[in-house]
Design a protein. Structure first.
Length: 390
């Protein structure tokens, strides 16, 4: 993935990408557009950028999409692009959660590859139905759990898989923010408004928005799946209908124990996402706000700092690094790694290969796991923290 010395002729045929959602006032749409272009793998050719036709047209004009390929609805976009000889090949879905299922279903059934923001759907039943649709379609489906694309997370995963920590004993994941410490939804914030609405966000508030990231990364790095959890969900902001703080314990395969804390009312935290993994032979610590660093402590030895592309960096990390050591690389690049690896799968599928993942990319399985996690948290909390099977 490193840019230095790359043969640009190999990238002449960019994948034609459409986007649903991500219009004016949306945060995540711009992130996806930047990520898709960062490694020169995609060209944005079409969009249904808003459910409001006027806003969709204005949003398309703002980012340079031609008027004839700015659609008033995602249904019209699927039909219009399917009919064009130069129609898009894949679609990025960056809408609020409640639209993920109908949009993904429409485009998979119309023959397009899908790159979808997380969580995959509004609820577990939809996730399972979408899994069958994706399987029948034969198309690539990728879920943008972007933190799995960070180089030092890839290194941590490889170290655990290689047995450098020994059998995993303890997993501690925390994701703390403070942007919903007050009723931000009353200030006109579009981002807050839908995230606290069960009809659009689903059953989980903080657990759906950021808790799923923490849970996904804990599983990704360790290679373990949780078997049971007990959770305590709280809505601290008066009148808020979804949780803004969650604490839980988890029991993983093989006897490992875990704790997870997800909060959007933790004053003083901007994006405090951390993961600590402890095994019988050593431990790892990673913090998203310093993503190019990974602390490794072998049992009985001094703590060691491993850095992205620095001494001790391994193949899984360097393969997804773009710039020399000492230069910051993080959030946007993590998304870009997901998009670039998705591009390889899309090209393979269009060349007649199987539309399967590469063993690293998050997809249908991770999407189902995320929804199962949310629903188990809600059930456990309703039962006063009872243990619930996953």
């Amino acid at each position: 993935m490193a840019i230095e010395g790359r043969d640009e002729t190999a990238f002449a045929g960019r994948i034609r990408l459409g986007m649903v959602g991500g219009g004016q006032g949306a945060f995540i749409g711009a992130v996806h557009r930047i990520a898709a272009r960062l490694d020169d793998q995609y060209e944005l050719v079409a969009g249904a950028l808003s459910a409001t036709p006027e806003k969709a047209r204005a949003s398309a004009a703002e980012i340079g999409l031609p008027a004839e390929r700015s659609y008033a609805s995602y249904e019209a976009m699927a039909e219009g692009e399917k009919a064009r000889p130069d129609g898009m090949q894949a679609v990025a879905i960056v809408t609020p959660n409640h639209m993920h299922f109908p949009v993904a279903k429409t485009f998979l059934e119309a023959g397009f590859h899908v790159i979808c923001d997380k969580p995959m759907t509004l609820n577990l039943a939809e996730a399972r139905e979408l899994a069958e649709i994706a399987k029948t379609s034969g198309k690539v489906f990728v879920l943008t759990h972007n933190y799995t694309g960070y180089p030092m997370i890839r290194q941590a995963r490889a170290m655990v898989a290689a047995g450098e920590l020994g059998a995993i004993r303890v997993i501690v994941a925390e994701y703390a923010q403070d942007w919903l410490a007050t009723r931000t939804e009353d200030t006109g914030s579009k981002q807050a408004d839908w995230r606290v609405d069960p009809a659009r966000a689903g059953a989980g508030g903080a657990i759906g928005d950021i808790g799923t990231h923490a849970y996904n990364l804990a599983c990704f790095v360790t290679g373990l799946k949780a078997e049971k959890l007990c959770a305590d969900l709280t809505s601290f902001a008066p009148g808020r209908r979804l949780d803004d703080n969650a604490t839980m314990m988890l029991r993983f395969q093989g006897g490992a124990k875990g704790t997870l804390w997800a909060s959007q009312v933790a004053v003083g935290n901007e994006n405090g996402f951390t993961l600590r993994v402890y095994g019988e032979k050593g431990g790892l610590e990673w913090a998203q706000e310093e993503p190019n660093k990974l602390w490794y402590t072998p049992l009985g030895e001094p703590k060691r700092l491993l850095t992205r592309n620095g001494a001790g960096a391994t193949g899984p990390a360097t393969a997804v690094s773009r710039i020399p050591a000492g230069h910051p690389e993080g959030y946007l690049e993590g998304f870009a790694t997901i998009y670039t690896e998705a591009a390889a799968l899309i090209r393979a599928a269009e060349a007649g290969g199987a539309a399967s993942d590469n063993g690293v990319l998050p997809g249908i399985e991770e999407g189902i796991a995320g929804l199962a996690f949310i629903e188990a948290c809600v059930e456990s909390s309703k039962r006063d923290g009872a243990w619930v099977d996953l």
